[in-house]
Design a protein around this ligand. Sequence first.
Ligand code: G1P
Ligand code: ZN
Length: 547
Amino acid sequence: MTEVKTVATMAIDGQKPGTSGLRKKTRVFMQPNYLENFIQSIFNAVAEQGVDFKESLLVVGGDGRYYNRTAIQTIVKMAVANGFAKVMVGRGGIVSTPAMSAVIRRRGAVGGIVLSASHNPGGIDADFGVKYNITNGGPAPEAVTEQIFKQTQQIKEYLTIDYPNIDLDKEASFRVGDTEVIVFDPVLDYVAVMQSLFDFAALRRLFDSGFRMVFDAMHAVTGPYAKEIFENRLGAAVGTVLNAIPLEDFGGGHPDPNQVYAADLVARMSGSDAPDFGAASDGDGDRNLILGRDFFVTPGDSLALIAAYAKDAIPGYADGLAGIARSMPTSSAADLVAHSLGVPLYETPTGWKFFGNLMDAGLCTICGEESFGTGSNHIREKDGIWAVLCWLSILAKTGESVSGIVHKHWEKFGRNYFQRHDFEGLEVELANKMVNLLREKLPSLSGRSFAESRVKEADDFNYADPVDGSVSSKQGIRIILEDGSRVVIRLSGTGTEGATLRLYLESYKQDGGTADIDSVLGSLAKETLALLELKQHCGVEVPTVIT
Ligand code: G1P
Ligand code: ZN
C-alpha cells in the first residue's frame, strides 16, 4: 500500500505564486492533477536546493476552508511518497498561518504547506490557495517561488501512494511506509510562544478588573486559539470570542477583518455600553482589526503604537527594538516612531515575504502592512492574535481607552491620515493598460500641481533587499507631493478574478488628529482617479471597498 506510485502529468498554465502563494478558484484547484502538480513542484524546488527529505520534517495545515481536508490527504500521501522522514498535520487539518510559522521554527521543520486563501471567501465557488513556508517559518521569498513556478512549467510526473485517508481528528503518531505521520494540536505550540512574549498574569488582572472585550474569529481559523488564550488562559468572559467555530465557508462571510466585512463587530463596538476593546482576525489568522468603543485604529497607526509601547508594555521586547519595517504603501506613522526611538525604518514591497530577510539578519523587530497585518520577529508571519495581545498589554499598562491612547499619540507625533480605496472586479487587460499608461506619464509629472500641492517625485518603487541584494521592481507607483502627502497605485497580486486596483492615500498633519478624514484625503483621491483616467479605461469611479 505504501509502494511509491509515479503518476504521469503535464504542466498546467498559470501556477505562478502571487503576493502570497498560489490562489485560485476552488474549482480550479479541484481539477485533475492541479494540486498534485503544484505540490510536487514545491517538493522538486526544495529538493533542488539540496534538501534531503529523509532527514526532514514537513508541517501541513490550513485554515479549514472547503477542500482543506481533501487537499491535506493528497499532500500527506505525496509527502510520504517523496520520502519525508516526518509529516506533522494539524488536528482537523487546521493550523493558522502564524501557528504554522511558530511550529516550523520550534520543531526545526524544513518547511510547511499552508492551505489558505487568507481573507478571500471559502467554498466550492469561492477561493482556495497553497503557500509554501521555508525553514525560517516565513513565506518563501521570490527566489524560491520563482523556482517553484519553473518546476510547474516542466513537471512530467508526481509521486504518491495508494493509501486510505488518515484520521485527521485524533491526535496520534503512526507510520506510513518509512514516514512518521503526527496529527497534533498546534494551539499548544502557539500558546507557548505567546507566553514567552507577554505577561499573562498582568493581562489576567486586566480582565479580573472588569475589562470587557469581544473578538470576532469570523468562523475562521483563530476560534480555537482565541478561546484558549483569551477565555481559558486570561479569564475573559465566556462568549468573548464570537463565531469561534471554523467553518468551511466561514459561515458565508468574507473573513477579512476590516470595517466593511466585520460590520457586526463594528456595530457591537458602538455606543456607550459597548465593550472596552474589539478585535477580529482573518481566514488564516494573520490579520487583525483593532477597535475601541466607537473607534477604529488604522493598521498604520496600530503598527506605530505597538512599536512605540513595546519596550515598556511587553516583556518580550524589554530590550528595545532593532528596527521597524513597513510595506511601502503603509502610512509613515511608524517612521516617526522609529525616528524618536533612534532605530532604523525599512520600507519594503507589499507582502510579508519581504520582511523575512530583515528579521533573520536581526535588522528589524516589528513590522506591519496597511492591510491589517502586524507582527514581529517571534515568527516570520504576521500574527493576528499577537497584535491583539500587544494592544491588551498597552491597555493594561496605561489604563487608558483605545481612543485615548491613539489621540495622545497623534498629539505627540502628528497624524498620518490614511485610506485605501479598492476597485475590484476590473478587466485585467484594461487595468494593466491603464497602469502602464500612468507609468509612462511618471517622468512628466514632477512639478505639476496636484491636490492643493505640487508633485515632488513620481516613480515606480524598486526594492533592493539590504540583506541579499535581490531586486524587486515595479512594486507600486508613488506620487509624492511637496506638502508630504502621497498616493500609491498598484494592482493586487492576491485576487482570483479580474483585477483589483488599490489606491493608498496619505496626508500628514500636526493637527491633533481631529480633522475629517474624507475632507483631508478627498482631493487626493479625486485627482488620482482623473490622472489614471479610471472611468475612461475601466468604466468605474466608485471604490468597492474603502479601508
Ligand atoms: C494583499 C495585501 C498585502 C498582503 C497580502 C497577503 O496583497 O495588500 O499587504 O501582504 O494581501 O495578506 P495584494 O492583494 O495587495 O497583492
Ligand atoms: Zn491572512
